[in-house]
Design a protein around this ligand. Structure first.
Ligand code: GLU
Length: 456
C-alpha cells in the first residue's frame, strides 16, 4: 500500500508555526514511508478564502521544501460533493431540517432546563412530505443533517453511548461517543457543503491512507468515520498530534501574526530550523537541527510524538537557528552573502558563522573586516610592540599565533592582557570571531592603521 497523506489548510490566513507542524508531520511521514504528500485547499468558505492566501500557503510550503505531488481545491469539486450528498439522501442518511438558529437555541434551552444534553432532537427526520411543502411555502429552505448511526435509544431520557473506535497512530486506542453529539449539518441552506463532509469525500476520492492532524479534530474523527462508512468506504488510519502552546502555556492562537511562517522568515530564521523545531517539539527526540528534511525524517517518528502539548518558545527557535548556521557550509550561503555585498569567500564565512544567529548578522562583521572602524585603544605599549612585530604578508591562520608569540617574548605580556587590547584595536569590539581567522581577512594595511589608533 502506498502511503498517501494530505495537508488541508483553509486559505483564510497565512500559515503559522502551529499548522506548519501538521504539514511537516504529514510530509515527513510520507518521506519515511516512500509515500505521497498532497496539498488540499479547503476553500469552501468563499467569503474568507482568497487567492493571495492560497499563494502565501504555497510560498511558505515551498520555502520549507515541503513539495507536493498534487494540488486540489474544494471549490473545484462542488459537483462531486452534490452527487455524494444525493447518495446519502437516497440512503436516508441525510435529511432536511428547517429550524432557524433561534428555534434551535430555544430547543437547547428547554433540554438544558430538563437536565438533558442539548443535542438536536431529530425533528427533521419526522417531517412528512406535506410538512415539508408547508415549511417551504413559508419561504424556508432546508439545511441538511447527517443521521449519525447511533440508535434512537441513545437520544432518549437515558442516553446510551454509541462509540466509534479507532487505533490512533499517536494516541493509541480512541473512542468518541457519537451518541452524545448532534447530527451534524453537512449542507447549508444555500446548498454549500461543509468541511466535515467535503473532507471525507476528498479523502475517499484521493485515496488518503493516513489522516494526520491536530487533536482538536478528535471529535470530528468520530463523526467522519461514521460518514466514511455511510458512503461505503473504509476509513483511513488517523493520527492526532498535540497542539503547540506558547512558552507561558497560553494557546498559540493568541499570537498567530507574530508566529506566521512569513514573519519567522522575515526575521532571518532558516527553513531547516523552523522545520526541525516544529516537527520535534513535544517528541522525546532532542531538538537538533538536521541538514535537510530527509535526515529530519529519519529522526521524526510519528508514533513517538507525545500527547502533551509542545511548548513553543521563539528564543529557542532563534538559538536553534544559530546552531544551524554554526555548521552550515559556505556553498549553502554564498549567493546570499554576495547579494548582501559581503565578500571574503569561504574564509570569511568560516570565521564568523559561529558568532551569528542569523545570516544577516554577518553584515556587521564584514564591516569590521573591510572597515573603516574606529579602533578602541587599551594598553598602548602592547599595541606599539604589536605594530613592530606585525609580520609581512601573506597571512594565513597560523599568522596570529606566530605574531602573538613574538609580542609575548618581547614584552612578557600574555593571556587576556595581550589578546584583549589586540581585539579592541583590530575590531573595535569586545568580543567576536577568533582573531586568528579575522587577521588574514583584515590584512596588514588595515591592521597597521588600527594598531596605531587610526580609523581603518
Ligand atoms: N481545513 C481543515 C483545518 O485546517 C483540515 C482538517 C483536516 O486535516 O481534516 O482544520
Amino acid at each position: 500500500m502506498t502511503v498517501i497523506v494530505r495537508f488541508a489548510p483553509s486559505p483564510t490566513g497565512r500559515l503559522h508555526i502551529g499548522n506548519i507542524r501538521t504539514a511537516l508531520l504529514n510530509w515527513l511521514y510520507a518521506a519515511r514511508h516512500g509515500g505521497q504528500f498532497l496539498l488540499r485547499l479547503d476553500d469552501t468558505d468563499r467569503e474568507r478564502s482568497t487567492e493571495a492566501f492560497a499563494d502565501g500557503i504555497r510560498d511558505d510550503l515551498a520555502w520549507l521544501g515541503l513539495t507536493w505531488v498534487r494540488e486540489e481545491r474544494q471549490s473545484d469539486r462542488m459537483g462531486r460533493y452534490g452527487d455524494m450528498a444525493d447518495r446519502l439522501r437516497a440512503s436516508g442518511r441525510l435529511y432536511a431540517c428547517y429550524e432557524t438558529e433561534d428555534e434551535l437555541q430555544r430547543k437547547r434551552a428547554r433540554q438544558r432546563a430538563r437536565g438533558l444534553p442539548p443535542i438536536y432532537d431529530r425533528s427533521g427526520l419526522r417531517l412528512s412530505a406535506d410538512d415539508r411543502v408547508r415549511l417551504e411555502a413559508e419561504g424556508r429552505r432546508p439545511h441538511w443533517r447527517f443521521r449519525l448511526s447511533n440508535t434512537e435509544a441513545a437520544r432518549g431520557d437515558q442516553p446510551m453511548p454509541t462509540l466509534v473506535d479507532w487505533v490512533d497512530l499517536i494516541r493509541s486506542d480512541q473512542s468518541v461517543d457519537i451518541g452524545s453529539l448532534s447530527d451534524p449539518v453537512l449542507v447549508r441552506e444555500d446548498g454549500t457543503p461543509l468541511y466535515t463532509f467535503t473532507s471525507v469525500v476528498d479523502d475517499i476520492d484521493f485515496g488518503i491512507t493516513h489522516v494526520i492532524r491536530g487533536e482538536d479534530h478528535v471529535t470530528n474523527t468520530g463523526v467522519q468515520v461514521d460518514i466514511f462508512e455511510a458512503l461505503g468506504a473504509a476509513p483511513p488510519r488517523f493520527a492526532h498530534h498535540s497542539l503547540l502552546v506558547a512558552a507561558d502555556g497560553q494557546a498559540l492562537s493568541k499570537r498567530l501574526g507574530a508566529l506566521s511562517i512569513q514573519s519567522l522568515r522575515d526575521d532571518g530564521i532558516e527553513p531547516m530550523a523552523v522545520a526541525c523545531h516544529a516537527a520535534l517539539l513535544g517528541t522525546p527526540e532532542a531538538i537538533a537541527v538536521y541538514p535537510d528534511l530527509a535526515t529530519l525524517a529519519e529522526h521524526c517518528e510519528l508514533e513517538r510524538v507525545s500527547r502533551s502539548p509542545g511548548r513553543f518558545d521563539i528564543a529557542e527557535l532563534r538559538a536553534l537557528n544559530g546552531k544551524y548556521l554554526h555548521q552550515l557550509p559556505f556553498a549553502a550561503v554564498s549567493e546570499r552573502l554576495a547579494a548582501m555585498g559581503i565578500g571574503g569567500g569561504e574564509a570569511f564565512w568560516l570565521a564568523v558563522r559561529g558568532n551569528i544567529l542569523r545570516v544577516e548578522d554577518a553584515k556587521p562583521w564584514w564591516k569590521v573586516v573591510v572597515g573603516p572602524i574606529q579602533p578602541l585603544i587599551e594598553a598602548p605599549d602592547v599595541l606599539i610592540a604589536a605594530l613592530d612585530a606585525l609580520p609581512a604578508e601573506p597571512y594565513d591562520d597560523t599568522t596570529f599565533a606566530a605574531w602573538t608569540a613574538t609580542i609575548r617574548a618581547q614584552t612578557g605580556v600574555k593571556g587576556r592582557a595581550l589578546f584583549h587590547p589586540l581585539r579592541l584595536a583590530l575590531t573595535g569590539q569586545e568580543a567576536g570571531p577568533e582573531l586568528k581567522a579575522l587577521l588574514p581577512l583584515i590584512g596588514r594595511a588595515r591592521a597597521m592603521e588600527r594598531l596605531a589608533g587610526r580609523a581603518g
